[in-house]
Design a binder for this molecule. Structure first.
Ligand code: PMP
Length: 397
């Protein structure tokens, strides 16, 4: 069966990391891979996570299966976090959560759930996180693209986006990024979110809000605006949640699929379909990361420590944005790069052609993934001038 199987090409981002590692230049800069990194270039274990993990291990008495919706306490804790403890959506019992293997597992399950209930299509704004496409099309959905970002203006093209959204009807799903858009860093404003909510209410399409960077833009409440607004105004919302970035639990594969329905009975019915679809795929999610999150969020001191650590990470990335924009201004590049300071999350798109990206890498040792996405974590006081000088050089007429 496999005798003629051909080797697939390597993953382009991992290939870039290898090239970076093999580059002997001391002033090389890695802006590629999409994880949080501190000033030393490492992705640390958060202190709250290490403490919670020790507690979980000490308290654990069995490795027997968890319930189908994941580690006990995880779902309710995530619901409180994203909706806020006083949420009417929660008090009405309209929301249900299922733990999943990371945000990727949640996206695949969301796609399968929508497909199983007769979704006609799923619409994505362009560009989006490249993995959205295989994850959601593997779930059996027909994908459509509409414009989201204007690369000349370095900003959301809201009129073009709305024109695409205006064509959607009751059997359509619209994927939105909850905050910290990947790869552009350009989020919808609260007014624009309100407009999309009004369109969804009038046209009947189902929003699917991918939330992979909760807490990395402003704070945990402000970053949940889209989820809370849609849930308050619309009868049905799907939300995919990742604990990879905000809890630093990447390899523990911890996430959730959340459904908000018109009433509690409907929420439970849809949840039963989600767990049934998971059952025929990976059965139940890995418990460890979910238990850590539940432990943090059920302990006031650990929650306070985690919130502080998360806010420090977010502030560091925002500080790097301002540093890059300020340095660009000193190099006379205000018009080209000032937008970086206005955007949110770990990523932005540098306005570079493929040839310019290659020049950045080959001539200056600055490693950026195809399309121009940079991870702001890789920028610091020591390398920012080299980065901006390289940009100026590579884009010189
Ligand atoms: N959605 C987006 C937009 C992401 O950037 C990511 C992670 N890079 C995910 C979902 C999924 O993350 P994970 O499966 O690692 O939790």
């Amino acid at each position: 069966m496999f005798a003629d199987t051909k080797l697939l090409p390597p993953d382009p981002i991992l290939g870039l990391t290898k090239l970076f590692q093999d580059d002997p230049r001391p002033d090389k800069i890695d802006l590629g891979v999409g994880v949080y990194r501190d000033i030393n270039g490492t992705t640390p274990i958060m202190k709250a996570v290490a403490q919670a993990e020790a507690n979980v291990t000490a308290k654990q008495t069995t490795k027997a299966y968890t319930p189908t919706d994941g580690a006990p306490g995880f779902g309710p804790a995530i619901l409180d976090l994203i909706f806020g403890k006083d949420s009417e959506t929660l008090s009405a019992g309209r929301a249900a959560a299922v733990q999943t293997p990371g945000g990727c597992g949640a996206l695949r399950l969301a796609g399968e759930l929508a497909n199983s209930q007769g979704a006609a299509s799923l619409t994505l704004g362009e560009p989006t996180w490249p993995n959205h496409v295989p994850l959601l099309s593997a779930a059996g959905l027909k994908l459509n693209s509409i414009p989201y970002y204007d690369r000349d203006a370095n900003a959301v093209d809201f009129e073009a986006f709305k024109a695409g959204v205006s064509k959607l009807g009751p059997k359509d799903v619209l994927l939105l990024h909850g905050c910290c858009h990947n790869p552009t860093g350009a989020d919808l404003s609260t007014e624009q979110i309100d407009e999309i909510a009004t369109m969804a209410a009038a046209q009947g399409f189902l929003p699917l809000v991918d939330t992979a960077y909760h807490g990395f833009s402003k704070d945990l409440d402000a970053d949940a605006y889209m989820v809370r607004k849609f849930s308050a105004d619309l009868p049905e919302v799907l939300i995919t949640y990742s604990c990879s970035k905000n809890f630093g639990l990447y390899r523990e594969r911890t996430g959730a699929l959340i459904y908000v329905g018109p009433n509690a009975d409907n929420a439970l019915a849809v949840k039963s379909h989600a767990t049934s679809l998971a059952r025929r795929n990976y059965s139940i999610p890995p418990a460890h990361g979910g238990a850590i999150v539940a432990e943090i969020l059920s302990d006031a001191a650990l929650t306070a420590l985690w919130r502080e650590e998360l806010s420090e990470m977010a502030k560091r990335v925002q500080g790097n944005r301002r540093l890059l924009a300020r340095t660009a201004e000193n190099f006379g590049l205000h018009n080209q790069l000032s937008f970086i300071a206005e955007q949110a999350g770990m990523f932005s798109l540098l306005p570079l052609t493929d040839d310019q990206l290659r020049a950045m890498r080959d001539e200056h040792g600055v490693y950026i993934v195809g399309g121009g996405r940079i991870n702001l974590c890789g920028v610091n006081e020591n390398n920012v001038e080299h980065l901006v000088r390289s940009f100026k050089n590579a884009t010189a007429p």
